[in-house]
Design a binder for this molecule. Structure first.
Ligand SMILES: NC(=O)c1ccc[n+]([C@@H]2O[C@H](COP(=O)([O-])OP(=O)(O)OC[C@H]3O[C@@H](n4cnc5c(N)ncnc54)[C@H](OP(=O)(O)O)[C@@H]3O)[C@@H](O)[C@H]2O)c1
Length: 260
């Protein structure tokens, strides 16, 4: 009996070459690496930032020097009017986007006893309301794209809670419910929504944590090290790709084996 011959299609060299991705907060840290990774896969990338103009320009210039397309767009995502202006700029320059990565986030750490209303709202305004503002401004794009993807960057802290981070943990936990709901509402349009929950990652955000506390955290990580931004970006690439078109509503932990 003749054996069936399977043809193994070679991997696409640039799997995201026909799409445009916006990464909020991609002037530094995890967002910057996500921007590089999506560009490496051929995507046009919008590099959003709040105040680090020079850092954002470095990111876009690096991408352009490597033969891909990137534009920097300033907007404080906690300000609806600024996000709407960003959407207009993006639509004028690149047209609609396919992939929105809600990455920008901040911490204002304090025990609950000392936490003020201002500490609470500062974090909720960026991490949760900023995600709302950006998703609202680009919802139609993501909904109608043939490759529509909403990717929200949460945290293991949203799963576990963390001493001194009631505001941050709440904002990150809220993203799980937001993602699940958007996944249901986008599903009939063939677009997906997923959430990535990194563990503690070597960026400016972690640098603000005192060494004593960092050592305590590291002791609870089975893989015995903090993540590098490069540990996180492969999952974003996958979620943005065609291979992830049947995955939606999920929370994907990348945390060195921390329990939750
Ligand atoms: N590092 C960690 O341990 C860790 C762990 C789990 C999850 N995360 C999450 O991963 C995401 C990235 O964190 P990171 O560690 O890369 O942070 P980071 O190094 O502090 O960088 C934060 C980025 O967000 C931008 N940003 C902050 N507030 C903004 C606003 N209101 N509008 C627009 N952009 C704003 C910053 O822009 P400017 O440069 O202009 O200020 C910067 O590009 C966050 O959502 C964070 O919660 C981080």
């Amino acid at each position: 009996m003749a054996e069936t011959v399977h043809r193994l299609e070679p991997l696409e060299r640039k799997p995201l070459s026909d799409r445009t991705c916006l990464v909020t907060g991609s002037s530094r840290g995890i967002g910057r690496e996500i921007a590089f990774e999506l560009a490496r896969c051929g995507a046009d990338v919008v590099v959003n930032y709040r105040s680090s103009e020079d850092r954002a320009l470095e990111v876009t210039e690096t991408i352009e020097e490597n033969g891909e397309t990137a534009i920097p767009v300033q907007a404080d995502i906690s300000e609806p009017a600024q996000v709407e202006r960003m959407a207009e700029d993006v639509h004028d320059e690149l047209g609609g986007i396919d992939v929105l990565v809600n990455n920008a986030g901040i911490t204002v750490d304090r025990t609950f006893e000392d936490m003020t209303y201002e500490d609470w709202t500062a974090v909720i305004d960026v991490n949760l309301n900023g995600t709302f503002n950006c998703t609202k401004a680009f919802y139609e794009d993501v909904k109608t794209s043939n490759h529509g993807r909403l990717i929200n960057i949460s945290s293991v802290v949203g799963q576990q809670g963390n001493y001194g981070q009631a505001n941050y943990a709440t904002s990150k936990g809220g993203l799980f419910a937001f993602t699940r709901t958007l996944a249901l509402e986008l599903a009939s349009h063939g677009s997906t929504a997923n959430c990535v929950a990194p563990g503690f990652t070597e960026t400016d955000m972690l640098e603000k944590v005192p060494d004593r506390v960092q050592n305590k955290i590291r002791a609870d990580i089975p893989l015995d090290r903090f993540a590098e931004p490069s540990d996180i970006v492969g999952m974003i690439r996958f979620l943005a790709s065609d291979q992830a078109e049947y995955m939606t509503g999920q929370v994907l932990g990348i945390n060195g084996g921390m329990e939750w």
